[in-house]
Structures are given as C-alpha cells and as structure tokens.
Design a protein around this ligand. Structure first.
Ligand code: PMP
Length: 455
C-alpha cells in the first residue's frame, strides 16, 4: 500500500489546485499508484483489470519491461537536442513508422499529443489546398486545443467562443443512433462476431450519409475551396461508433472530387487495435492523404505523429516549422520499442482473436438484459450502449450508468465511458489482455447488469 499523502488530502489538492473541468471517473475516484501490463493498483494495493488503458493509450502494457528498458537506456545517453541536430533514434523511428503505412505516406512529423497532431494536419491541408474550410463528422473527437476543438463535434467539450471557424459538420453515420441507421439494412464494418446484429445485405444507409456529406460540401463551402475532411476510423470518445460498411470509402471519393484532402485520425484506432489491420482506415479500404496518430504509439509516453505524402509535406517547407520536444530521443526510443514489442508479442493478432471472442460475449449480454441496447466494435475497441428502453433507445439515465460503472470498478474491472449522453461503456484495454481477463470482465458485467435490471 501507498504510504504518501493521504487519499483525502489528494482529493483536496485536486479540488483546489487542479483543473476544475477535469472529470474524475467514478463516484469515489480511483487513486492509482502503480501499473503493470493490464493491471492497475490503487493506494491500498488493490488490483484492477484495466480495460481502458488510460483512454486507449497503454498499448503493450503498463510499464512494459521492454519499453521501460529502452527508455531507461536512452535516458542515460541523451534526452534532448531538438531536431535541429541529427540523432540516430529519430531517423530509425521515422523509417520504421512509415514502413507500417501504405501508399505514399512517407513523411513524418513528430509531435507530443493527438491535438498537436491534428492541429498540424489542419495546417498542412490548408497550405496544400490553399483553401480553409474543413468538414468533420458530428460526434467526432479530434482534440481540445483551441484549433482542434473546432474539429471536435461534441458540444459537451466546447466553450462558447468562435472555435469552429471554417469548420462544418456532416451527419454522423451512426448505425444505432443515426438518421438512417439500423443494423438490419446497414452492415457495419465489424468483426462480424455477432451476426444477429448484422443481418441484411446491402448497406443502403452508407450512400444516404454520403449524400448528406455532399450537401455540406455543396451548400456550406465556397465552391472549390475545401481543404480537408477529418474522420476517426471508429469514433472513440463518441462511444465506439462504427460507420456503415462502405461509408468512408465513398466519403473519401466525394471529398476528393471537391478538391479536399482526407485525414484519418488514428489516435485511438491505430496500432493494430482493430485486429484485422494495423491501421483502422485499412479496414475501410482507403488510403488517406494525412494520418494522425498518438496514444498507443507511445504506450503512455507523450508521443504523437503526423504522416503525410512528400507532396503535402513540400508545402510545409515554405516556412520554418519546428517543435521543441517532437521526436526527442527518449520518445523515439520508446516508439521504436513499442513497435518491436507489438511485433514480438503479436498484439495485433491478440486483438484479432480476442476481439470477436469478447464481442460475442457482449452480444449474449445484449440479448439478455433489457438495458443493453447495442454492442459493437472491432478488435479490442469495443462498446456497450446502455438504454432505458430497447425500443425507444432512450439513453440510460446518468445515475443508472454510474451505478453500473462504479459496480464494475468495485468488482475490479475498469472500463471507460463515452457517447453524447455518457451512455456507452468503452472497452479498449492494453492489447496484452488474455481470454481469462475477458471472461473475468464478462462475469463482472453480468453481475452489475443483473443488479441494475433487478432494481
Ligand atoms: N483524436 C482522437 C480520436 C482522440 O481520441 C483524442 C484524445 N482522446 C485526440 C485526438 C486528442 O489527443 P490528445 O488528448 O493527446 O491531445
């Protein structure tokens, strides 16, 4: 157990000295003291199965010994130079990371967070096209910087100033809550683990959403002046929303026909998490012009990147561009080690195998409990949506989901929450979890959901 400043004192410091807008998960916030692989330990020494990985960030495992060794080794050699000099790690890493990407995605810019990556992607798209306007999808999350908050299309994160200047939102292609959703006529890009939710053949709604996107392109943007379209491959903060099969491919074609660049935000869906592919966009059969990545890339170390084509990068060369910590030796050593560990420990394969296993169990849960409206996701990026009523799909009330969420934590399972109403439980664990961990989590879910339904 932890012997330092007391839990109560820390809560007081948090109340007095830390950002008051910072939400603290759970009604009794967790005081995390240590982490190891898929496990977290609180101040009393109690162990929790971490199915949220610090918001989809811990990819190969908390304090993974190999990554820790790489960071420590680099720390005793060189921490920092800024990349006005050469150092071996950044060159090795630039080569390695671009090798994972298809097409002409060959030029990498290292930054320190997902928001910085999307800020940079916005600037690149605007410079390359000479246009200003950008389209994102409602319910997307692309960061919280003053620039990115305009891309993010969830009112709960926005402040009342002009944060979306030149940014427009298209309808969200959400098969559960969207305008033309409904799994019956809308096959989502999925593990297909629970076929019952994927009945039906042609995905007619994909075209309807693309038509709506085209309305935005045609009506809201000066003719021929589209800079970019941003999309997550699966929406994360928005509640694990998968698009109807074919949507993103058609959307990219449409955007390009209007002269815009396509930006894939892989901050949550990248690095093998979706199982079938290393990058989430590959599951949509598209190649973006710009890819932004963060979170899993550093297994919890502050590291992020933007990768683009030489043609787009060339337009960035018209002025000096610099980032003090971007691509620092420690970050690059960590990044290389994370990639190596993913390969050695076959984390993508683990997502591919455990994803459908977990999703099938979640489908059973959905069929059993009246408050589970939907389950979805791909690989180890899963969501379970709670409702008051399956017919109307009215989102579950805040106190009810809080009970479920706290209940899971009290049983030793940490999951995240997302969605516009905070109604979706999100399971995006370190990719090293095992089948036994899934079984444990599923058992806990049954227990808390049964309790919630019995009330
Ligand atoms: N894009 C996506 C898809 C994200 O989920 C997030 C963070 N939740 C970001 C961008 C922003 O990343 P950061 O918090 O590192 O700025």
């Amino acid at each position: 157990p932890y012997k330092g400043i007391s839990y109560e004192d820390m809560r007081e410091v948090r109340r007095k000295n830390l950002n008051p807008a910072l939400a603290t998960n759970f009604s009794e916030p967790l005081l995390i003291h240590e982490g190891h692989m898929q496990w977290l330990f609180d101040h009393t020494g109690r162990r929790y199965l971490d199915l949220f990985g610090g918001i989809v960030t811990v990819s190969v495992g908390h304090c993974h010994p190999k990554v820790k060794e790489a960071a420590t080794k680099q720390m005793s050699k060189l921490w920092h130079t800024t990349n006005i000099y050469m150092h071996p790690k950044i060159h090795e890493y630039a080569e390695r990371i671009t090798e994972t990407l298809p097409g002409d995605l060959k030029v990498v810019y290292f930054v320190n967070s997902g928001s910085e990556a999307n800020d940079l992607a916005m600037m690149m798209a605007r410079l390359y096209t000479g246009s200003f306007d950008i389209v994102t999808l409602r319910n997307s999350y692309h960061g919280a910087s003053p620039y990115c908050i305009g891309l993010t299309a969830q009112g709960t994160w926005k402040y009342g100033f002009a944060n979306g200047f030149g940014i427009h939102n298209a309808s969200n292609p959400d098969p559960y809550r969207g305008l033309w959703g409904g799994y019956r006529d809308c096959e989502v890009q999925s593990t297909r683990a629970s076929e019952s939710m994927l009945e039906g053949g042609e995905c007619s709604s994909a075209q309807k959403y693309v038509d709506q996107l085209e309305e935005v392109l045609a009506y809201s943007i000066p003719r021929g002046r589209l800079a970019a379209f941003f999309a997550e491959s699966i929406q994360g903060v928005g509640g694990t929303v998968q698009f109807p099969l074919g949507y993103l491919k058609k959307a990219f074609e449409k955007v390009r026909s209007y002269g815009g660049l396509c930006v894939a935000d892989e901050v949550q869906s990248g690095f093998g998490r979706t199982g079938d592919h290393f990058w989430g966009f590959e599951g949509h059969d598209v190649i973006p012009d710009i890819v932004t990545m963060a979170k899993s890339i550093g297994n919890g170390f502050p590291l992020a990147a933007v990768v683009t084509t030489p043609a787009v990068a060339a337009t960035m060369a018209q002025a000096l561009h610099f980032n003090t910590f971007g691509g620092n030796p420690i970050a690059c050593a960590v990044g290389i080690s994370v990639l190596e560990t993913m390969k050695e420990e076959k984390t993508q394969e683990n997502c591919k195998v455990l994803g459908p296993y977990f999703l099938n169990k979640l489908a059973e849960i959905r069929d059993k409990y009246p408050i589970v409206g939907d389950v979805r996701g791909k690989g180890l990026m899963l969501g379970l949506e709670l409702v008051e009523d399956k017919g109307s799909r009215q989102p579950i009330s805040a106190p009810r989901i809080m009970e479920v969420w706290d209940g899971l934590k009290n049983l030793g399972v940490i999951v995240g929450r997302g969605g516009h109403y905070g109604q979706v439980l999100r399971m995006k664990p370190p990719m090293c979890i095992t089948k036994e961990d899934v079984d444990f989590a599923v058992e806990a879910l049954h227990e808390v959901l049964q309790k919630a339904c019995d009330k």
